[in-house]
Structures are given as structure tokens and as C-alpha cells.
Design a protein around this ligand. Structure first.
Ligand code: ZN
Length: 427
């Protein structure tokens, strides 16, 4: 009898070890698959990796539009850098409606999260080239003003960081109310030891190789929704931590506000499409929208994106954030209606538990490296590579799909946008 029990216990211990080894292997080699796409060199050509190159192309296309249409204005918000990164600016390009009928304003913004800038900029420049054409501006966009905001976080774009030089996440920082910066994220201290480790980042350490188990233990204790919310909502307590929303509005948003207000107020209706990558199912363009309190906003968005699946950010896989950029733009308006929309191109299958854990791990390792240095040059190379891959996958299939899906989605918006609201004369 005792021998039998020992045998079962031994077999069970082996099984547990095998399961541990398998999950560790599975975690270590985690790589969500791409949907196979046809070769499309023209689609790939939209992507320009470096900030300066993407900016040059954006400005050149802006000059072309200024030749095509009346009254096109370019403005730039220079962004100073302590560490000497030169030539950083947020660029704005405003194209008033050729008809003079200022009924609607469509804003397309990129690079609020710097490292997501190369993909966002590509989609933005595609929009300029393929949709801001005379036939559209004389047709479905005749009563629409267009405002393009390029590289809202140029420092992060140029240095491959999501956050600004002040370690601030602009999508947790944008607020017209100072009270935001006194927000206490009650769940954050709970996750802080897991997500903001001290000391140089060492990707191969035992703790990092078993990160999935440490995260799983925490999920088992507190539940996935509570943890997702605590980590992602934004925090205002730990300046060196991830998802830090700052102590005040970041300088470029302060400088942008007075530029944007008169443009927004000239139209009774505005909509922003803010371009992001990282969250959600790999290769999927998620229309990611916080459930609005105002039913007119919900109706407006459903009209603008007729026939498209909207991920109202109220499902179990989603979370709400404080200080988001698209909401802030609406708050800058005096009256009128503002429709906030985010295009989020998934990369990590983060709607699944393993993908969410992996995304968090990649994010925290990069921040640890920036804050405390790296254990070795090899660790730095690996951590930086994983980080870029998470926000700007090198896989041609992913990049081609982003271009194809964006073209289709933007086509829907351009066609259906004019049906939103009653319009009315702008001020
Ligand atoms: Zn983002």
C-alpha cells in the first residue's frame, strides 16, 4: 500500500514538473501567429522606422496638400529634450473644408505612445495620400475639416519608448482637470513589486524565466480583471513606474491646447481617430472605445463606423483608463459634440491570459532597463528587440494587414462620417 502511494506521488510530482517545464517553455517561446497575407511591397513602403524620416515624409505630403487645397495650415510644437535628442516636434496639419461649410472636424493622430509612432505615422500618411484627394474633398468630405497630429510623443518615437522623456504615458496624462494628478490607483501598490522591480534588467534571471508563474499566482489571488485594471488604468504615485500619468499636463499637450481649441470650436462636431498598436488580437484592427455617457456619442460612433465591430471598452478583456488623449480633445471644446475613437492594432494576443502576461513582462523589463540599466549588452539588445516587436512587429504579414485593414476602415469612415449628426453651421 505505502509503496503504491509513493509511486502515485512520484508520478504526480513528475507530472507537475513536466507541466512546469512545458509552461515555461511555452512562455519562453511565446509568439502569436500572423494571418498570412499576400506580398505587397507598396504596403510595406508606408513604414518608415525612424522619427526624422517619418516626419520628413509627413511634412512633404503636407506641402503637396497645401498645393492642392486652399488654406492649409501647418504648425509645429517643438519638444525639448534634456538628453539632447534634436529636432523633436509635434506637427499639426489643418485642412479646412474647401466648401467653407464647417460642419465636421475629423482628427487623425499618431504617436501618443512614441514607439507606436512608426505604424501610426504610416497609416496617417496613407490617409493623406489615398483619401485626402480632390474627389473626396469635393464629395463626402466637402463639409469636413481635417486635422492631422503627427507624433504627439516625438521623443518616444525617436527613442523607441512608449512614454515621454519624463516617463509619462500621454494616454494617462491628458486632462483639463488638475485633480487627475492626485488620482490614487488603489490597486497599483499591490502589483508594484511585480511590475517595477529594482536593479539592472536581466532577461534570463530565474525570476524572469518564471515570470508567468509569479503573474499566475497573483492572478489566482486577485483575479484577472482587478489586476488588469490596476496595472493599465494609469497611476500618479510612482514616477519611475510603468503607466505613470505625470504630476501635471506634459509640455507638448500644454502647448497644443491653445492651438487646438479654436479649430475644435469652429465645428459643432468633431471626431478623433487616435492610432495605437499593441493591445488585442494580433493583426486585428480593434475599434477600441470607452462606453460614452452621452447616447449621442454612442450613436455618432455607430454611424461613423457602420457595419464595423466596435469593442466598447466594457467587456471582460478591457479596462478603463484615466487621462486619455481622445477624451481630452473633447474636453477642450466649448460645447458641441466630440466622438473619441481609437484604432488599436493588436500584436500580442493580449486578450488572452498568456499574451497579457507576456505584454506586461516586455513592458516592465524595458522600463526596468531604462530606469536601472541592463545586466548586460545582450540583455539590453533582447529586451529592446522584444519591446519594438510588441509595438511595431517586423513581420511583413502584420504590416501588410495593418495597411489593408486601415484602408478599408478609413474608407468606411470617409463614406459614412457625413451621416453623423445634423451638422449645422460652425462658429
Ligand atoms: Zn498605445
Amino acid at each position: 500500500m505505502i509503496r503504491w502511494i509513493k509511486r502515485v506521488a512520484g508520478a504526480m510530482a513528475l507530472l507537475v514538473l513536466a507541466a512546469l517545464a512545458f509552461s515555461t517553455w511555452q512562455y519562453g517561446t511565446y509568439a502569436p501567429r500572423d494571418t498570412p497575407m499576400p506580398r505587397d511591397e507598396a504596403a510595406l513602403a508606408w513604414y518608415i522606422d525612424d522619427y526624422a524620416g517619418a516626419r520628413r515624409d509627413f511634412l512633404a505630403r503636407g506641402r503637396l496638400l497645401a498645393e492642392l487645397f486652399e488654406g492649409v495650415q501647418h504648425f509645429e510644437i517643438p519638444v525639448a529634450s534634456r538628453s539632447g535628442v534634436d529636432g523633436l516636434a509635434v506637427d499639426g496639419l489643418y485642412i479646412p473644408p474647401p466648401s467653407g461649410q464647417r460642419h465636421r472636424l475629423l482628427i487623425v493622430s499618431s504617436g501618443v505612445h512614441g514607439v507606436e509612432g512608426p505604424a501610426g505615422s504610416a497609416v496617417q500618411r496613407l490617409f493623406m495620400h489615398e483619401f485626402l484627394r480632390p474627389e473626396n474633398l469635393a464629395g463626402p468630405l466637402a463639409e469636413t475639416g481635417i486635422l492631422l497630429l503627427h507624433a504627439v510623443n516625438p521623443y518616444g518615437f525617436a527613442t523607441w519608448r512608449r512614454f515621454t522623456e519624463n516617463n509619462v504615458d500621454l494616454n494617462r496624462n491628458a486632462s483639463t482637470d488638475e485633480a487627475l494628478y492626485r488620482t490614487v490607483n488603489a490597486g497599483y501598490p499591490l502589483v508594484d513589486p511585480l511590475i517595477n522591480p529594482a536593479g539592472p534588467a536581466d532577461a534570463g534571471s530565474l525570476g524572469n524565466r518564471l515570470f508567468h508563474l509569479r503573474a499566475a499566482a497573483m492572478i489566482a489571488r486577485h483575479g484577472m480583471p482587478a489586476l488588469r485594471q490596476a496595472v493599465l488604468q494609469g497611476q500618479y504615485q510612482v514616477p519611475q513606474g510603468i503607466y505613470f500619468g505625470g504630476r501635471a499636463l506634459e509640455p507638448q499637450l500644454q502647448a497644443l491646447a491653445p492651438r487646438l481649441r479654436p479649430i475644435l470650436d469652429a465645428y459643432p462636431l468633431s471626431m478623433v481617430i487616435d492610432l495605437h498598436t499593441g493591445y488585442g488580437a494580433r493583426g486585428t484592427l480593434h475599434l477600441f472605445i470607452d462606453p460614452p455617457a452621452d447616447p449621442r456619442v454612442r450613436q455618432g460612433l455607430e454611424t461613423a463606423f457602420a457595419g464595423q465591430a466596435i469593442d466598447w471598452a466594457s467587456g471582460s478583456g478591457f479596462y478603463t483608463v484615466t487621462g486619455d488623449f481622445v477624451g481630452w480633445l473633447g474636453k477642450l471644446r466649448r460645447g458641441g459634440l466630440h466622438l473619441p475613437a481609437v484604432f488599436e492594432y493588436g500584436t500580442m494576443d493580449s486578450q488572452k491570459t498568456l499574451g497579457a502576461i507576456r505584454s506586461l513582462h516586455v513592458t516592465l523589463l524595458e522600463n526596468q532597463g531604462v530606469q536601472h540599466g541592463y545586466a548586460s549588452p545582450a540583455d539590453q539588445a533582447r529586451i529592446e528587440r522584444d519591446y519594438r516587436e510588441m509595438f511595431y512587429p517586423s513581420a511583413p504579414d502584420w504590416r501588410v494587414k495593418v495597411i489593408h485593414d486601415s484602408r478599408a476602415m478609413l474608407g468606411t469612415v470617409v463614406a459614412d462620417w457625413q451621416r453623423v449628426g445634423g451638422g449645422g453651421e460652425g462658429r
